[in-house]
Design a binder for this molecule. Structure first.
Ligand SMILES: Nc1ncnc2c1ncn2[C@@H]1O[C@H](COP(=O)(O)OP(=O)(O)OP(=O)(O)O)[C@@H](O)[C@H]1O
Length: 337
């Protein structure tokens, strides 16, 4: 069943005096892939658990196509769930794990058989239907968990850091797999992660949170290029921060930006935009740490006034080297401080 609109209005959850989730308002249209993103403790899992029905709200409401669902028990909402730890039944075969939810709903046997086969084909596990979870790799177990969720054709799929137990290579593979499944099935999905790259690559829209509150909602392009605050910018990879007033002054250089922000402000830029050999906004620095990153080297550098920054260099450098780095004025994002 495809939903048309899921509406969260002021959804909140407190634990004693801690506001784990504080007034989340968001309208999701059918077929959207939403990533809830943010650092540890920002309230992502609380938000997901409120949606799932595992946690009652302390304020606000959730409606699905105009019908209130936050007052329903978890099983009455009928959402598909995929967790970090797979949560498969170890004593049941793969096909029985996938069939379980359909059986509970009293779906006729022949229909169960065809839907399970279809779901296992979808996640490329049809050849392992008779295996038990203990005989599968982490990636395969997570595919079973995904098949078990999609086989129910739920109006909404909730995923809580589903890739975090997998190694780096499998994570990438499964990420593509989740993207492909979403493209094929168009199931409305809410996906919790602390990994900005995962969120950017999967989601239609990102919801970035901090201390239980939404910081910015937008498309991957919007959050990547136009963060609304220093917190969002930092989370999206603008690692370098320089405080200034109108311009940004170092011991022996001054940076200017194309920004119209004036007065006391903070300039931020990505390491990829602060480059050795660039002569605009040039700055003399000393190299402290060099990391090999394939096509270029990531540097930790320190200015004469002792400010630590991160930059890139096309050439190998060594700790202690004196170099000049620079940044294009339009690559400096400036926020009033
Ligand atoms: N059952 C609970 N009792 C008390 N406080 C809780 C409980 N669950 C969560 N919290 C608090 O609520 C806040 C948000 O927690 P939540 O688990 O939603 O964060 P998160 O963003 O999912 O973090 P992580 O990425 O570490 O899982 C935290 O400050 C946490 O300590």
């Amino acid at each position: 069943m495809q939903l048309a609109k899921l509406e969260l209005a002021g959804v909140s959850r407190s634990f004693g005096t801690v506001a784990a989730l504080d007034g989340l308002s968001l309208t999701i249209t059918g077929g959207e892939f939403i990533a809830l993103l943010g650092p540890s403790g920002c309230g992502k899992s609380t938000a997901l658990n409120c949606l799932a029905g595992l946690l009652p709200l302390t304020a606000g409401q959730i409606t699905l196509d105009g019908k209130r669902v936050d007052t329903l028990a978890a099983e009455r909402r009928g959402f598909g769930m995929v967790f970090q730890n797979y949560a498969l039944f170890p004593h049941l075969s793969v096909e029985r794990n996938v069939a379980f939810g359909l059986k509970m709903r009293g779906v006729p046997k022949t229909e169960i058989r065809s839907r399970v086969t279809e779901a296992l084909e979808l996640v490329h596990l049809d050849h392992l239907a008779r295996s038990h979870p203990g005989q599968l790799s982490g990636g395969q177990q997570q595919r079973v968990a995904i098949a078990r969720a999609v086989v129910l054709r739920p109006p909404l799929i909730l995923m809580d850091e589903p890739l975090s137990n997998l190694d780096a290579k499998l994570r990438l593979e499964m990420r593509t797999e989740i993207k492909r499944l979403h493209q094929e099935l168009g199931l409305t999905t809410i996906y919790v992660t602390h990994d900005q790259e995962e969120a950017l690559s999967l989601a239609d829209r990102l919801v970035l949170m901090k201390d239980g509150r939404v910081q910015q909602i937008g498309t991957p392009e919007e959050l990547y290029a136009k963060p609304v605050s220093p917190f969002v910018a930092d989370f999206m990879g603008f690692r370098n921060q320089i405080a200034g007033t109108d311009s940004f002054t170092f011991a022996d250089a001054t940076w200017t930006s194309t920004s119209e922000v004036s007065g006391d402000s903070i300039a931020m830029c990505r390491p990829e935009d602060l480059r050795a050999g660039v002569t605009t906004n040039a700055l003399d620095v000393t190299v402290e740490v060099v990391e090999y990153h394939g096509r270029q080297f990531l540097l930790q550098i320190v200015t004469a006034s002792g400010l630590t920054l991160h930059a890139v260099s096309p050439e190998a450098l060594s700790p202690g080297d004196k170099v000049q780095v620079g940044v294009a004025p339009d690559r400096l994002l400036v926020f009033p401080s």
